[in-house]
Every structure is written in structure tokens, then in C-alpha cells.
Ligand binder design. Structure first.
Ligand SMILES: [Zn+2]
Length: 178
């Protein structure tokens, strides 16, 4: 997996493309949480869940159906009715971005994008992101540095550029709404 920070950065970078006047800060917190939440499945390691099972790492919580359900639960809690569909789409993409980034790493098991309907594991054909180790100790090594360097190049840089362009493009529309 990429690090927790990089998953959150990807979600926050999507924000400017979807933002609406009146959306509160809690929307962005929710987006970041959605992007991080799929890795809650690591508790399965300690609970003895087999790695390749639907509840194993990169299984159900990394799927597109999970992203749809999570967005459907959170969207009504976060915003008035008018912009709910847009917010749903943002939260869906924030959650789904997690699996996409995982599928771009150079290690670990594939992502069950269509679980529970199809439990096959998938990688994207291009995986430039160095997979992050589990635990702090292996992270404090050359491996950890390689992870941070690859995430800076393949996640943080494109995320920042995307957010800056989207922010600029939506600025005028937002000003007319307020
Ligand atoms: Zn993950």
C-alpha cells in the first residue's frame, strides 16, 4: 500500500474539482477518512483472516461496491440535499482512489475491485509506486525512503497539480454561488 498520508492526499486533491459553496470542513475530513478506511482490513492479519479471502487485505474494503456503500452512508450526514449527488461522487472517488493507488504498487496482493460479486484480485498494468512496508521499523530504512520518493513523484506531485488546476477552474463558479 502507499502510506496513509498519500491516500489522504489523493482524496483531498480531488476535493477542488467537486467543491460547492456551503460545504463545510468536515466534508474534506470525511474524504480523507474514506481514502484511509479501506486499510482497516489489516486487523484481519491479526485475526487470522487468510490473505486472499474476500475479507483479507485489499479485499472487500478496497472494492468499488464498498466505496459506493460508504459514500451512500456518509453523504446524507454531511450536506444539505441540494449537493448530495455531487458529494456522493466525491466520497465514492475518494474511497475508490485507495484501491486504484494500491493496484499501482509494485508489491503485495492484488485488489478485489469487484468484491463481493467477483473476488478476483487485480493490478493495474502500470505500477510505479514502491509498496509500503507494514510497521514502523522497516519504514525507517532505505525501503522507507524509496517509498516516500516514489509517492512524492507519483502521488503528491500529480495530486498537487490536479488540485491547483481544479481550484483555479472552479474559483469563478464558486464565487458566483456565494
Ligand atoms: Zn490498501
Amino acid at each position: 500500500m502507499p502510506t496513509v498520508m498519500s491516500h489522504a492526499v489523493a482524496a483531498l486533491a480531488l476535493g477542488p474539482a467537486f467543491r460547492r459553496a456551503g460545504w463545510r470542513t468536515r466534508v474534506w475530513w470525511a474524504g480523507a477518512l474514506c481514502a484511509v478506511l479501506p486499510d482497516a482490513d489489516v486487523v484481519g492479519f491479526y485475526a487470522g483472516v487468510p490473505l486472499g479471502s474476500v475479507l483479507g487485505h485489499r479485499g472487500l474494503t478496497h472494492s468499488l461496491p464498498f466505496a459506493a456503500v460508504l459514500a451512500s452512508v456518509l453523504a446524507p450526514l454531511l450536506t444539505p440535499r441540494g449537493t448530495r449527488l455531487r458529494l456522493w461522487l466525491y466520497l465514492f472517488l475518494a474511497t475508490a482512489s485507495h484501491g486504484v493507488l494500491d493496484a499501482m504498487t509494485d508489491g503485495g496482493i492484488g485488489v478485489a475491485f469487484f468484491a463481493p460479486f467477483d473476488t478476483s484480485r487485480y493490478y493495474l498494468p502500470w505500477h510505479p509506486i514502491v509498496v509500503s512496508p507494514l510497521g514502523i521499523r522497516p519504514f525507517l530504512s532505505a525501503w522507507g525512503l524509496a517509498v516516500l520518493a516514489s509517492e512524492a513523484l507519483w502521488v503528491w506531485l500529480p495530486a498537487t497539480l490536479f488540485a491547483a488546476v481544479a481550484w483555479r477552474l472552479t474559483r469563478r463558479r464558486l464565487a458566483s454561488q456565494s
